[in-house]
Write a protein that binds this ligand. Structure first.
Ligand SMILES: Cc1cc2nc3c(=O)[nH]c(=O)nc-3n(C[C@H](O)[C@H](O)[C@H](O)COP(=O)(O)O)c2cc1C
Length: 192
């Protein structure tokens, strides 16, 4: 699904939502939209990142802004060292952000995976998942390593990764915002 089609679904559903709010109960809204969630149900998006010199952090904050732009979404933004198995299990969707270090994800992101893998098994099947990476000039090694691990967890990748090479440009930040809005919108509407 492209961002354009997803965002148009999100906009349509939100318009239907506010229309039905003005004239009927949440139950009626669920019937008319076909979305099987309570009207007050929040979707939680967990953003786990590591950053040494601030670039991935800037990307993470922008992914968080994008996710928060969707109504009915709660965002938990955590440095990898502080993120726990409980955070992962409680989340409806996960975004991972890392610098590329030595052609791999950063050690702190690997540590997050190491600490949560056993406890998460069988409990995160097809959990929606996206990745963003800040690299000096490459990023493919970090992406490949995360994708392999995501297969082990059985996460479901729901949008293309954002990879910044060098400076964090406006274009990259726009992509990060879109990434956050997309996973959040999809989780909030249970479409993944
Ligand atoms: C120890 C170390 C290893 C790195 N290895 C790579 C690499 O393999 N490929 C690459 O493109 N950039 C590499 N870089 C550059 C970082 O990925 C890049 O500066 C990134 O933007 C840093 O993100 P941050 O500001 O969030 O820490 C490396 C940097 C450091 C400090």
């Amino acid at each position: 699904m492209t961002i354009v089609s997803l965002l148009s679904i999100i906009a349509k559903k939100q318009a239907e939502n506010s229309l039905c709010h003005s004239r009927a109960s949440g139950f009626h809204w669920m019937q008319t939209t076909g979305i099987h969630s309570g009207e007050n149900e929040m979707a939680t998006i967990l953003i786990v990142y590591h950053s040494q010199t601030g670039k991935t952090q800037k990307m993470a904050e922008t992914v968080a802004e994008g996710a928060k732009s969707i109504e009915g979404v709660e965002v938990v933004l955590k440095k990898a060292a502080d993120a726990t198995l409980e955070d992962l299990l409680a989340a409806d969707g996960l975004a991972i952000g890392t610098p590329e270090n030595f052609g791999y994800m950063s050690g702190m992101i690997k540590d997050f995976f190491d600490r949560t893998y056993v406890g998460a098994q069988e409990k995160v099947f097809r959990k929606p998942f996206v990745v963003f990476i800040s690299a000096g000039n490459d990023g493919t090694g970090a992406l490949r390593s995360i994708e392999r691990i995501a297969l082990g967890y059985k996460f479901k990748t729901v949008y293309s990764p954002v990879i910044a090479k060098g400076a964090i440009t406006e274009e990259i930040l726009n992509q990060c915002h879109e990434l956050g809005a997309t996973i959040a919108g999809g989780c909030q509407m249970h479409i993944y």
